[in-house]
Design a binder for this molecule. Structure first.
Ligand code: PLP
Ligand code: ZN
Length: 418
């Protein structure tokens, strides 16, 4: 569907959209599939133009948000809608590394974005682009985090936000969405059902669905997790990254981000190995890798890692290809390992992540054990969401604090274990 008003001319650094399968070019627009072959579309840039406007210095002088990389994002400066997302900490993780036998482990802590997940990066791009196209309603099919972000950015961008979720989402995510005041609709079904429904709605209503008709623009926001890590490491690519996989888009775009910096001469050659993290109850990409299959078999998700519970991942085949070609690995971890991973990261590095982060930590542990991650590789684990959103997952595993009278003797009694 076309938006209400005509979009302004795109900056010359953005050339249009191109099919990732057959390479057919098409002008910029709110579309996501190739008219020739139904392949996915991707934004194409003119790197010769960008090279003249973007240096390490211009980036370092830019805003402390994803918009310091504006030349590589599919938005005009005048249309940016922002909550100062991005520029999250990259921290050395020596205590976690010691537990796992890794001497050069880093955590990219994206749990501290404005709505507490990495989705603020992608939604900032999609909402800004939707405004630029002239849309008045922003919508999405969400596993939780995306809905929080769409609701928040819709409000700030002065747009109507309509969020669709599976009805069995974690209560804190439903609250986290509702607080921003969107129209929130829960569907009796899983994420893949919600996504199918939204694809149907997007064909009939003039709405911008961030992860459907705006998907080519939305997904570009994930590149900033590649840009930032390279800049924070002093303009170099890591040796190994471990990335959680839902649709597979994040993993693909971290790769694209690093490659673009190489293309622009901002970092040296990229030899980063890419490893994917999934939960046993929803591991279509990891199991294809581990069973050495090319085809991704859709699954019916059954895991506490609900933000990764996409049974039929749109970018799964591309993510699998990157994992293989870069010499990375994958793991499918159990819900018990997820909880252990959440607690281990909190205890060792002071970062409370959601279940998706537990999947990532558990995957790092598994790949370190098997020798897939070398002990001295500069490894970055992407922690993409905040633990306060999935409290119900760990509440049953935490001891209730003793309640005592305010007396020193009572404290002594409790501390002595009596
Ligand atoms: C959405 C999400 C991901 C991964 O998303 P992709 O669909 O693979 O791009 C990872 N972690 C969290 C917390 C998420 O919400
Ligand atoms: Zn095509």
């Amino acid at each position: 569907m076309t938006p209400i008003s005509a979009p302004p001319a795109a900056p010359s650094r953005i050339q249009g959209l191109r099919c990732r399968e057959c390479g057919t070019n098409t002008p910029l627009g709110a579309k996501y599939v190739c008219e020739e072959c139904y392949g996915p579309l991707e934004v194409v840039y003119d790197y010769d133009v960008i090279r003249r406007m973007m240096t390490r210095e211009t980036v370092e002088k830019g805003p402390r948000s994803i918009w310091r990389y504006l030349p590589l994002l599919p938005v005009s400066e005048s249309c940016i809608v922002t909550l100062q997302e991005g520029c999250t900490p990259l921290v050395a993780a020596p205590r976690l590394g010691k537990e796992l036998g890794l001497r050069n482990l880093w955590i990219k802590n994206d749990a501290v974005n404005p709505t507490y997940s990495f989705k603020d990066r992608v939604v900032a791009c999609a909402v800004s682009r939707a405004k630029e196209f002239g849309f008045e309603t922003i919508s999405c099919a969400s596993t939780g985090n995306l809905g929080c972000s769409v609701a928040a950015f819709g409000g700030v961008g002065g747009m109507r936000a309509v969020v669709f979720i599976p009805a069995d989402l974690e209560p804190s995510k439903i609250t986290g969405i509702g607080a921003y005041g969107p129209t929130l609709i829960a569907i009796d079904g899983n994420y893949d059902d919600v996504n199918r429904l939204c694809a149907e709605i997007s064909a009939t209503r003039p709405w911008a669905f961030v992860n459907i008709n705006l998907r080519p623009f939305y997904s570009e926001g994930s590149k900033t997790l590649g840009f930032e890590v390279a800049e924070q490491l002093g303009w170099r690519a890591p040796d190994h990254v471990v990335v959680p996989i839902a649709s597979g888009s994040l993993l693909c775009k971290v790769k694209k981000g690093l490659q673009e910096l190489e293309t622009l001469g901002l970092i040296g050659p990229v030899n980063t190995r890419f490893s994917g993290a999934q939960a046993v109850g929803c591991a279509p990409v990891a199991s294809a890798f581990l069973e050495n299959r090319d085809e991704i078999r859709p699954v019916r998700p059954e895991t506490i890692a609900k933000s990764l519970a996409i049974g039929n991942p749109a970018d799964g085949p591309y993510a699998l290809d990157i994992i293989r070609k870069t010499g990375g690995g994958a793991a499918a971890v159990t819900d018990e390992e997820v909880i252990r991973g959440m607690k281990l990261l909190a205890r060792t590095e002071g970062i409370f992540t959601e279940t998706a982060g537990g999947v990532t930590v558990a995957t790092v542990a598994a790949l370190a054990r098997s020798g897939k991650i070398g002990p001295d590789e500069l490894t970055v684990a992407y922690i993409t969401g905040n633990g306060y959103k999935t409290q119900e997952a760990i509440i049953p595993t935490l001891a209730k604090p003793p309640v005592i009278r305010a007396s020193v003797a009572e404290v002594d009694r409790v501390l002595s274990g009596a």
